[in-house]
Design a protein around this ligand. Structure first.
Ligand code: DX5
Ligand code: ZN
Length: 220
């Protein structure tokens, strides 16, 4: 069993964009393990969010792991740009590739943690020939593009299937879930084998005075 104690990665997509530096400091102080950065390009997904310049600016506000989720195509130019801007881990979607193995090698060559993201309809078999190179697998429990969507239940058996594949490697590959995570769905994700949870709405609801309690509620 390689499942690790759960790490909480608040998505700053749900933060106050007019105060991003202060928001990152607030979730850091409230006990966030990682800072999740959702990068959307209005092409691979229907929304437009954070670019490398904003990433570079917020990076200064926390020493924790910046977990960058790239929802962009083509992906390679932005892997380099976000690595330069201070990302610690970079995850991308195989559909955005186009050359999945090449993009993973690029992330590794930049000294960053490499993650592959599975959309709700993406089969587990996409991991077949690359698991040995990955540091993280991210299961989307909503379709990418927006915060605040409902958790898609069919992803729970998928999480369990990937847990088994990760355990078979004997390596500590992070198994992260993203989308519709709240205290109730978090529990089921952890039971299925997840050990990292992204949460936007569930962390940022109520403002800074609530962040610590919101994060704690996702762990227990
Ligand atoms: C969706 C993003 C998620 C999302 C999570 O494309 O990758 O990180 O913002 O938001 P909640 O937790 O509100 O579903
Ligand atoms: Zn995300």
């Amino acid at each position: 069993m390689t499942q690790q104690p759960v790490r909480i990665a608040p998505s700053i997509l749900s933060a106050d964009f007019a105060a991003l530096g202060a928001e990152v400091e607030a979730i850091d102080a409230a006990g966030a393990d990682w800072i999740h950065v959702d990068v959307m390009d209005n092409h691979f997904v229907p929304n437009l969010t954070i670019g490398p310049m904003v990433m570079k600016a917020v990076r200064k506000h926390s020493k924790k792991r910046f977990d960058v989720h790239l929802m962009v195509t083509p992906v390679d130019p932005l892997i380099s740009a976000f690595a330069e801007a201070g990302a610690d881990g970079l995850s991308f979607h195989p559909e955005a590739g186009p050359h999945v193995h090449r993009s993973i090698q690029l992330i590794k060559s930049l000294g960053k943690r490499a993650g592959l993201v599975l959309n709700p309809a993406t089969p587990v078999s996409v991991l077949d020939n690359v698991m040995g190179d990955l540091d993280l697998v991210l299961v989307m429990s909503v379709n990418p593009g927006y915060g605040g969507q409902a958790f898609i239940e069919s992803q729970l058996p998928k999480i369990a299937a990937i847990r088994k594949l990760i355990d078979a490697t004997g390596r500590q590959i992070d198994l992260e879930v993203d989308g519709g995570v709240n205290p109730e769905t978090a529990k089921r994700c952890i039971q299925a084998g997840a050990d990292a949870l992204v949460a936007g709405t569930a962390v940022f609801t109520g403002g800074p005075s609530k962040y610590a309690a919101n994060i704690k509620a996702l762990r227990s």
